[in-house]
Design a protein around this ligand. Structure first.
Ligand SMILES: Cc1ncc(COP(=O)(O)O)c(C=O)c1O
Length: 409
C-alpha cells in the first residue's frame, strides 16, 4: 500500500473505493507483491536447482493459485480439498506434494494415485506405504530434526515435542522399514516452523537432514519446508533473502559435494509469498471512550482474522479514510462475542465511525483460517493485478450459512 497525494493506493486503486464497490469487510490481494516475492526467492537461490512448492494452506483463493502456476511455482498441499483446488487451476498431480499430518491413508492413496509425491510423516504411514506400493511409487520422508527455531512455540514444528514428522532419533526404524519394502525414497523433508529470518536455524535443521541423507543413496531432493519470516511491525528487520540465500546455498552445495550428486533443493513457503500482498479492509462501527481504553469496534473479528488472538500476531493498521487525522491511541476490537482484540493501545490517525481501516500482512492464514462463528458470513476477496481490481470470491450470504443444515420440522 502506497500513499499518493495523501491517499492510500494499491496499484493505483483506492481501498476506500474498493469497500464502497464490494462492501466491508473485504480481503484485498496485490498480485504485484506476490510476483515480487516469488522473484525474490528465485533470485536468492539462483545458484542451485531450486523449486518452490507454495504451501497453499496460507491462501487457497483460486486466483492466487492460478497466479502461482503462471509464475512457475508448484504446490504443497495438506488435504484432499487443497489437492482438488490445485488440480482445478491446472496443476498436474506430479507438480503437487502432499504433506499430511496423521491423515487417513485413503487420502494419501488418492493423492499418490493422481501422481502427487507424499511426504511420509509417521512410521505407521511408512509401513503402510511400503505394503501398498513397495518400490512402485516415490516418496519423501518428513523427519523431525529436533530443532527449536523462530521463537514462538505455537508456530514451531521441528522441536522435540512437536507432533510433526518422524523424529531423527527413530532413523534406524525408518531405514529398516525402507529396506523391508524396498521403498523408493527420493527425498528427505523437514519444516522448522514459521518466522525464521536467519540462515542459522535452517542450517542447523539442514545439517541433521544432510547427515541422515547419507543413509539414503537414491535421493533426488532435499525439501527444507517453509517458514521465512515476513516483517509485520514497521520496526521489524526485513529478512535479508539475498544473504540467507547465499548462506543456505553454500551449505547445500557443500552437502551435495559430500553426497556425490547435485540434488534439487525445495522450499514450501506460504507466508513469505502471500502475507504482504494481503490487506483486510474493515469499517469502524462504534467508538467507545471507556475510562480504561478508547475502543474502536470494527465490522469484523476473530472470525475473519484469527491470528492476533491465536498466535498473538501483530498486524499493522492504517486508517485509510483519514491518513492525515490527528494521532490518538485506540484499542481496536471486533464485533464477535469473544474477546477479539486486533490491537491494544495502537496510535492511529483519528478514527471516526465509518472510516475504513486496513490490517496489513493479512494475505497468509487470513481468509483460509476464517470461520462462520456467531453466524457471520465470510468477507469477499479482490485481487488487484496489472492495475485491475477483480472480485475473486463473492461475500457469503445467509443462504450459504444455512445450506448444509438439515431442517427437522
Ligand atoms: C509442512 C509445511 N510446509 C510449509 C509451511 C509454510 O510455512 P510458512 O507459511 O511459515 O512459510 C507450513 C506451515 O504450517 C508447513 O506446515
Amino acid at each position: 500500500m502506497q500513499v499518493i497525494d495523501n491517499q492510500y493506493s494499491i496499484q493505483g486503486v483506492n481501498p476506500v473505493e474498493l469497500c464502497q464497490q464490494y462492501g466491508s469487510p473485504l480481503y484485498v490481494y496485490d498480485g504485484g507483491t506476490i510476483r515480487r516475492k516469488v522473484q525474490e526467492l528465485q533470485d536468492a537461490f539462483a545458484g542451485v536447482k531450486m523449486k518452490i512448492k507454495y504451501a497453499c494452506k496460507a491462501n487457497t483463493n483460486l486466483a492466487v493459485l492460478r497466479l502461482m502456476r503462471e509464475l512457475g511455482v508448484e504446490l504443497d498441499v495438506v488435504s484432499p480439498g487443497e489437492f482438488a483446488m490445485g488440480r482445478r487451476v491446472g496443476y498436474e498431480g506430479h507438480q503437487i506434494t502432499f504433506t499430511p499430518s496423521g491423515v487417513p491413508y485413503h487420502e494419501v492413496s488418492t493423492a499418490v494415485e493422481e501422481g502427487a509425491t507424499v511426504n511420509v510423516d509417521s512410521l505407521p504411514l511408512l509401513e503402510w506405504f511400503g505394503q501398498t506400493y513397495g518400490n512402485s511409487k516415490p516418496c519423501l520422508i518428513r523427519l523431525k530434526p529436533n530443532v527449536a527455531a523462530g521463537g514462538n512455540i505455537k508456530i514451531m514444528t521441528a522441536h522435540t515435542d512437536s507432533k510433526f514428522g518422524i523424529s531423527v532419533a527413530l532413523l534406524d526404524k525408518v531405514i529398516a522399514t525402507v529396506q523391508k519394502y524396498n521403498i523408493k525414497v527420493v527425498g528427505l523433508h523437514q519444516h522448522t516452523g514459521s518466522d525464521i529470518k536467519e540462515a542459522e536455524p535452517f542450517l542447523r535443521a539442514a545439517s541433521v537432514i544432510f547427515e541422515a541423507a547419507m543413509q539414503f543413496p537414491d535421493l533426488e531432493v532435499i525439501d527444507m519446508g517453509g517458514g521465512f519470516k515476513v516483517s509485520y511491525h514497521p520496526e521489524d528487520t526485513l529478512t535479508d533473502m539475498k544473504t540467507l540465500g547465499q548462506q543456505i546455498t553454500a551449505g547445500f552445495k557443500d552437502f551435495c559435494a559430500r553426497y556425490g550428486r547435485e540434488l534439487e533443493l525445495w522450499f514450501e513457503p506460504g507466508k513469505f509469498l502471500v502475507s504482504e500482498s494481503g490487506h483486510l479492509l474493515v469499517t469502524a462501527t462504534v467508538l467507545k471512550d471507556d475510562p480504561a481504553r478508547f475502543f474502536v469496534h470494527v465490522d469484523s473479528g476473530l472470525n475473519h482474522l484469527i491470528r492476533p488472538m491465536m498466535y498473538g500476531s501483530y498486524h499493522h493498521i492504517l486508517n485509510v479514510s483519514n491518513p492525515e487525522g490527528e494521532k490518538r491511541t485506540y484499542t481496536v476490537v471486533g464485533y464477535i462475542c469473544e474477546t477479539d482484540t486486533f490491537a491494544t493501545d495502537r496510535e492511529l490517525p483519528e478514527v471516526r465511525p465509518g472510516d475504513v481501516l486496513a490490517f496489513l500482512n493479512a494475505g497468509a492464514y487470513g481468509f483460509t483460517m476464517s470461520s462462520n462463528y456467531n453466524a457471520r458470513v465470510r468477507p469477499a476477496e479482490v485481487l488487484i493485478d496489472n492495475g485491475q481490481a477483480r472480485l475473486v470470491r463473492r461475500r457469503e450470504t445467509l443462504d450459504d450459512l444455512l445450506r448444509t443444515q438439515e431442517e427437522l420440522l
